[in-house]
Write a protein that binds this ligand. Structure first.
Ligand code: B12
Ligand SMILES: *[C@@H]1O[C@H](CO)[C@@H](O)[C@H](O)[C@H]1NC(C)=O
Ligand SMILES: *[C@@H]1O[C@H](CO)[C@@H](O)[C@H](O)[C@H]1NC(C)=O
Ligand SMILES: *[C@@H]1O[C@H](CO)[C@@H](O)[C@H](O)[C@H]1NC(C)=O
Ligand SMILES: *[C@@H]1O[C@H](CO)[C@@H](O)[C@H](O)[C@H]1NC(C)=O
Ligand SMILES: *[C@@H]1O[C@H](CO)[C@@H](O)[C@H](O)[C@H]1NC(C)=O
Ligand SMILES: *[C@@H]1O[C@H](CO)[C@@H](O)[C@H](O)[C@H]1NC(C)=O
Ligand SMILES: *[C@@H]1O[C@H](CO)[C@@H](O)[C@H](O)[C@H]1NC(C)=O
Ligand SMILES: *[C@@H]1O[C@H](CO)[C@@H](O)[C@H](O)[C@H]1NC(C)=O
Ligand SMILES: *[C@@H]1O[C@H](CO)[C@@H](O)[C@H](O)[C@H]1NC(C)=O
Length: 431
């Protein structure tokens, strides 16, 4: 009879065979690395990026083993001075990202985390999120994407959290996974990464945590199913900008679905095509997709060994993006409305190639009372915070939704390029 202590070994072997198999077949091969150049170009336009974006970019570059010291040192300096003294004002997820970016690959930056007690601060911020949920009908201060980042960073960097509470909080029925009743793939994927870390830590402890382990695994299983149900015919999962997180989630959870449930190469090839079409110009978008294309996940962040030098030979000579030839002689006309309870509409002329933001600015010039608006800079660009003085508020789950032809756009006002005759709308909505 086989001694039972071999069982875990066999499982481990099987697990590593399956997972390495999945990653291997899906990674961009070395001779195709040049196809990732547009991502690196977007990420290294460092004069455009700051704050949370720098953290996202640094984290991503370290995960894929880009060790260009000029680049990394510059970003690391940016992230540290951004975090310095600002712990109080950061959102929980921003702090979590900073910890993961600085903690990745075991560099000098680890000392900064300790010296500034960043993990303790994160524990407090996570508690504040839960407190807000208790006081505001289940709404966190931020959102579940960030709560997932919090748990992930606490789990990876030896912070304190209650696995029992986490398992309850991240039950798949929780409405914070949904915006407008739609399952948010990015949010669910980040939760799978966080829960997988928690699961691995529980597995190591082998104590009385059996119930927590079971509960955590059930959460992962259901979330993985929901993620896969959002797979499109072309292989994207959710939309273009959630696919990177979804791929990572599926890499670490391969024991919860069948090989035939997901064609990883198809997903990768569709993403590569979109990269070549210039869809990943935003540094954050580029940073979020890159690790998955090289088979890396956020769970690789603090492995015992320093990060591997995966992309050593890639060309980071920054190509100037070809400017879209401005054709000042050519104007287009679009329909623009603000919808609250009533709809306020106008026609606006803008030059060809303009983005949504420029339409809003033109309309605002026409009538500030009706079309006046404010934005806040975020890592994805300008985020609409108010129109006609009406401000969005997380506790009420309100926001300004941006739409074209009655459908929500999958980009923000700073990047969506408008077309002649289009019906654009900014709508007061709840999520
Ligand atoms: C939560 C969330 C929201 C919440 C934000 C409020 C809240 N309760 O936190 C709600 C539901 C309101 C929302 C709205 C929108 N979102 Co959103 N959102 C997210 C999500 C899941 C997490 C963001 C986050 O917390 N990140 C982590 C923290 C640490 O980073 P941060 O920069 O500090 O986060 C802030 C910004 O991301 C900002 N934000 C959220 N969404 C967007 C979108 C844009 C374009 C901008 C500029 C900022 C922004 O809110 C965050 C909290 O303050 C991301 C998924 C992702 N992969 O990032 C999508 C994501 C960023 N959103 C996206 C989109 C498209 C939108 C909308 C434009 C949808 C629409 N058609 O109206 C609107 C924004 C419109 C506007 N007012 O300008 C896309 C952006 C893709 C792109 N290339 O630009 C993402 C990547 C989702 C996706 N896969 O499509 N979003
Ligand atoms: C390192 O990055 C810097 C700044 O982005 C760039 O100018 C330089 O060419 C890079 N060096 C190598 C060896 O790729
Ligand atoms: C925190 O934010 C408040 C309000 O935006 C600002 O007045 C204050 O200076 C900020 N503090 C730090 C340390 O950045
Ligand atoms: C994690 O924390 C425990 C107890 O606080 C400590 O004994 C251990 O050394 C820590 N491990 C790491 C990797 O920091
Ligand atoms: C895998 O497929 C088999 C047979 O079709 C099915 O019984 C099983 O439930 C599937 N497993 C998962 C995790 O979907
Ligand atoms: C790097 O890119 C430049 C410009 O595209 C090209 O001339 C050069 O040959 C490339 N080098 C490598 C090693 O790919
Ligand atoms: C500029 O606009 C004119 C008039 O619409 C058009 O004929 C021309 O092709 C445009 N040029 C470019 C580069 O788009
Ligand atoms: C929209 O109309 C409803 C019903 O009349 C009202 O309760 C609500 O306050 C209005 N909303 C706004 C933002 O004006
Ligand atoms: C927009 O352009 C059209 C055609 O050039 C013109 O008839 C119309 O008056 C312009 N509208 C505004 C608001 O400038
Ligand atoms: C803006 O629109 C409001 C409501 O229609 C109107 O009362 C006001 O006079 C307009 N202001 C300007 C500057 O056109």
């Amino acid at each position: 009879m086989r001694p039972s202590h071999q069982q875990p070994f066999v499982e481990l072997l099987l697990f590593s065979l399956i997972s390495s198999h999945l990653c291997e077949i899906c990674e961009v091969s070395e001779r195709n690395n040049f196809r990732l150049d547009p991502l690196l170009n977007a990420m290294t336009k460092s004069n455009y990026i700051r704050g949370t974006e720098s953290a996202n970019v640094l984290f991503s570059l370290r995960l894929v083993g880009i060790l260009n010291q000029t680049l990394i040192q510059g970003l690391s300096q940016q992230v540290r001075s951004y975090a310095e003294g600002r712990e109080i004002n950061l959102s929980s997820g921003q702090l979590a990202l900073i910890i993961m970016a600085l903690g990745a690959c075991h560099t000098q930056d680890e000392n900064f985390i300790g010296k500034h007690h960043l993990v303790d601060h994160l524990e407090n911020k996570f508690q504040a999120e839960i407190k807000n949920m208790e006081e505001h009908n289940g709404s966190p201060l931020t959102n579940y994407y960030q709560l997932s980042l919090d748990v992930l960073a606490l789990c990876l960097f030896n912070g304190t959290y209650s696995p029992t509470k986490v398992a309850g909080l991240f039950a798949p029925e929780n409405e914070n996974y949904y915006f407008h009743g739609q399952f948010s793939v990015g949010t669910g994927a980040m939760a799978v990464l966080a829960l997988t870390c928690v699961k691995r830590r529980l597995g190591k402890e082998q104590t009385k945590a059996d119930e927590d382990l079971k509960h955590t695994e059930n959460n992962i299983r259901t979330l993985v199913k929901k993620i896969l149900s959002k797979k499109k015919e072309n292989g994207l999962i959710g939309n273009t900008f959630s696919t990177g997180a979804a791929m990572q989630a599926l890499f670490v959870s391969s024991s919860y679905y069948n090989e035939s449930d997901w064609n990883c190469q198809q997903t990768r090839d569709t993403i590569l095509k979109e990269i070549s079409l210039g869809i990943f110009k935003n540094p954050d978008a580029a940073a979020q997709i890159l690790p998955s294309l090289l088979g890396k996940t956020y769970l690789d962040v603090n492995q015992a060994s320093p990060c591997a030098h995966l992309l050593g030979n890639i060309n980071i000579s920054i190509q100037e993006p070809q400017p879209v030839a401005p054709n000042s002689s050519s104007y287009i006309s679009v329909h623009y409305s603000v919808k609250i309870n009533e709809t306020y509409s106008t026609e606006v002329n803008v030059s060809r190639g303009s983005v949504f933001l420029e339409v809003m600015e033109e309309a605002q010039k026409e009538n500030k009372t009706i079309f006046g608006f404010t934005v806040e800079q975020s890592s994805w660009g300008p985020y609409v915070t108010s129109v006609q003085g009406l401000r969005a508020n997380n506790n009420d789950k309100t926001y300004w939704e941006i739409m074209s032809g009655g459908k929500p756009l999958d980009q923000g006002i700073g990047s969506y390029v408008v077309h002649n005759g289009e019906n654009l709308e900014v709508r007061w909505s709840t999520y």
